[in-house]
Design a protein around this ligand. Sequence first.
Ligand SMILES: [Ca+2]
Ligand SMILES: [Ca+2]
Length: 301
Amino acid sequence: MILNFILLRFQKGMRSLKQELKIFTIFIFIWMMGCKGEESLIPTYLKVHPAKMNIIPGTGTIHQNIEDYWLYVDHKLIGVIPSGNTIPVVGNGEKDWSIQPGIRVNGLRDEAHIYSFLQPSSGTVSLCECGDTVHIYPEFEYKPTALFSFIEDFENSNRFTEDLDEYPLTTGVTQLITAAEGKYSLAMNVSADLPTNSMSTQDFYNDFKSDGRDVFLEFEYKSDFPFLVGIQAHLSSGNFTEYAAGAYASQVWKKMYVNLTDLVVASQSTGGYRPVFTVTHPGGTIDAGNLYIDNIKLVHY
Ligand SMILES: [Ca+2]
Ligand SMILES: [Ca+2]
C-alpha cells in the first residue's frame, strides 16, 4: 500500500517534472527568441559634439547660441538633443545624417525651433548594430540665401542713434567698458530720474517683403534691467512701435534671436522697419545701470 502510494507520488512527480520541463523548454525558447530579437536592436551610439561655426565673409560674428541639435538619420528625426550628448540609433549600414541647429526663439524655453538661416550640417555614418560610438562634429554657417539689412558690431560705427523716448539724456553710446566681441558695445543708460531709454536705428529698412518670410533680429546683450525688443513700422499715418520679445537682466553676455516675422506681416509697411530696444529703470533707490548690446543683425530672406 505504502509502496503503491510512493510509486503513485513518484509517477505524479514524474508527470509534473515532465510538465515543468516542458514549460521550462518553452520559456527557454521564448527567451532565446527574445534574445535573437534584442540582438538586432543593438544600436550604434552617435555622440554629437559642440558645433563649429564657419566664418563666412559679410555675415558678422560667428557667435551663436545653438541649444538643440535636431538629428536626422536616413531622413528621419532621431532626436532633439543638447550638444555633447550621445543618442542610440537602430539600423545597419551606411546612412545619411543631418543636424539642424535649434534655437530658443524670443528667449523662451518653450519656443524651441530650427533656425532657418543656418545651413544644416550633414554627412554619412556607418551603423553597425554593435554598440559602437560614432563621433559627429557638426559645422554650421549662414545659408547663401540669408540676407542682412545691417550688421552692427559698434567697433567703428553706431547706427542706433534714434532716440524714441521722452528723455534726451538717455541715449545709446559706444564704450569700452564691456563688449560681447571686439572692444566696443552699445550702452543704453537708465536711472531712477531718467527711467526710460528707447533707441532705434536712424534708417528704416525695406529690403525685405512683408509676405511671411522669416525676419529675425539677432543680438548679444548684458543688462542691469529687463528690456523689450521690437520694431517700428514706418506707415503713412506715422511710425508705430510694437514689441516682439522681452528679456530679463543678465550679468553675463547672452545671445538672443527675436522673430519679427509676424509683426512685419501684420503692419504691411511699405516705408520699412527698424528695430527698437527699450530698457526701463524700476525706480526707487535702485542704482542707475545700462543695457549693453553688441553684434546686432537684422536677417531675412
Ligand atoms: Ca563689438
Ligand atoms: Ca532717450
